[in-house]
Design a protein around this ligand. Structure first.
Ligand code: ATP
Length: 445
């Protein structure tokens, strides 16, 4: 792993952002737990997405479908037959790889010419390995009771499409958005939280009239790119990559990935796909239910086409962390400079918005500091830290991205004002406590 990835995983563990799951038992490779700060970042990502796609619009509604669905869903969607990656194994060391993740792989390269990256041994011919996690429902472990953990949230939307459309009286074009866990038995998980076997997706299926799908596809590609930019990701680290016709998924007519330049290279953050009417057509066929939409104005029925932006919460979080991380020289109060680590996270993504720091634990100061803390925590996720020197406490907040530190000192008892220090510029300003909430609101909301 690169130095930057090492620095991020180290910081993430040290500060309780993300760490290996069940570590007291040695961990489970590819499973990660989100600690007190990590869960805040993750919730903020999901909230920002929901605000942009559901709350802020009148053409998209939300859904929370079950993870375990009828197995017929996965037969109809094509996942039972086609949701597979090419698995190769080394004849010598028996390590397993996803063929298209091998360093020497390129489209059209013959499997026989590839070698094991670890020992140089010959590799087996690729086998199609289905990525779905299969389990049994109820007390009998027989094939009739087999179910799958969903490998994407989208199928819950397709299966519920008619009920949602009718109950919410949505008219085409409209969308159904969903955030939730998905599971894929990835052959080669890795790169921290970039590729795991259990992850969260933010997906939206946008139902449109056939013939307007290409226009909506372009629209959603631009919208989704803008979401990352609006949340502060550097423009030069983002790019759009249209898929070649031979890489398209079985259901897609066109697809474009939003890619981020991670320390391990340009990789997919989110995919926008034109899924045509593939999914609804298949569900109509397999269920025998009429899933057509009645267009009152045109007085006709049709199966809508679907444009889908599909992003990963965990991948987005990794991109936000990598993009925001910096180490810089900062002036010291006592003169000279010192190194400080800063997570320059956008205010909407930062886990804590405000930290209240009493200058000391002196009895006279505590009630005033607690009053200030009560005032800010009623509105924003806030931290109260009274341990160590003020300088050290600023550094602790900087490295987890807290935009504002509010220091309560002895003068506060006289002038009823506090010092507000901003993370990026490190400028400090004296603000009357009576105006504190309004002043922070101007800069945080
Ligand atoms: P890849 O080619 O990297 O395996 P994919 O093209 O199969 O990904 P999609 O099916 O388009 O991925 O999934 C949509 C989004 O879900 C991805 O852009 C990614 O953000 C997220 N995602 C998919 N698989 C994983 C995973 N194993 N771990 C974390 N996030 C994932």
């Amino acid at each position: 792993m690169s130095d930057l990835m090492d620095a991020i995983t180290g910081l993430a563990k040290r500060r309780g952002i993300v760490f290996p799951s069940s570590e007291i038992y040695g961990g489970l490779r590819s499973s990660w737990d989100y600690g007190p700060l990590g869960v805040e970042i993750k919730n903020n990502i999901k909230r920002s997405w929901w605000r942009a796609l559901v709350q802020g619009r009148d053409d998209i509604v939300g859904l929370d479908a079950a993870i375990i669905m009828s197995p017929r869903v996965w037969e109809a969607s094509g996942h039972v037959d086609s949701f597979a990656d090419p698995l190769v194994e080394c004849h010598d060391c028996h390590r397993r790889y996803r063929e298209d993740h091998l360093p020497d792989w390129a489209p059209g390269v013959a499997a026989a010419t590839l070698r094991c990256p670890e020992c140089g041994g010959r590799l087996t011919d690729p086998k199609r390995f289905n990525l779905m996690f299969k389990t049994h429902m109820g007390p009998v472990e027989e094939d009739a009771a087999a179910v799958y953990l969903r490998p994407e949230t989208a199928q819950g939307v397709f299966a519920d499409y008619r009920t949602v459309q009718q109950s919410s009286r949505m008219k085409i074009p409209f969308g159904i958005a969903q955030i939730g866990k998905s599971f894929r038995n990835e052959i080669t998980p890795g790169n921290f939280i970039f590729r795991t076997r259990e992850f969260e997706q933010m997906e939206m299926e946008y139902f449109v009239e056939p013939g307007t799908d290409e226009k909506w596809f372009e629209y959603w590609v631009e919208e989704r790119l803008r979401w990352y930019l609006d949340l502060g990701i550097r423009e030069e680290k983002l790019r759009l990559r249209p898929h070649e016709p031979d890489e398209l998924a079985h259901y897609a007519k066109a697809a474009t990935d939003v890619e981020y330049e991670f320390p391990f290279g340009w990789s997919e953050l989110e995919g926008i796909a034109n899924r045509t009417d593939f999914d609804l057509r298949r569900h109509q066929e397999f269920s025998g239910e009429d899933l057509t939409y009645f267009d009152q104005e045109g007085d006709r029925r049709y199966l809508p086409f679907v444009v889908e932006p599909s992003g990963g919460v965990d991948r987005a979080m990794l991109a936000f962390l990598v993009d925001a991380y910096r180490v810089e020289e900062a002036p010291k109060a006592s003169g000279g400079t010192e190194r400080r680590t800063v997570l320059g996270l956008h205010r909407d993504i930062a886990p804590m918005k405000v930290a209240v720091l009493p200058l000391s634990r002196n009895e006279a100061l505590v009630p005033e500091a607690r009053r200030v803390f009560d005032l800010v925590k009623a509105r924003w996720m806030s931290d109260y830290d009274d341990a160590g020197s003020i300088g050290r406490r600023y550094r602790r907040q900087d490295e987890v991205g807290t935009p504002f530190c509010v220091t309560v000192d002895f003068e506060s008892l006289e002038d009823h004002a506090v010092t507000v220090r901003e993370r990026d510029t490190m400028t400090q300003e004296r603000v009357p406590i009576a105006q504190l909430a309004r002043r922070l609101e101007e800069r945080l909301n």
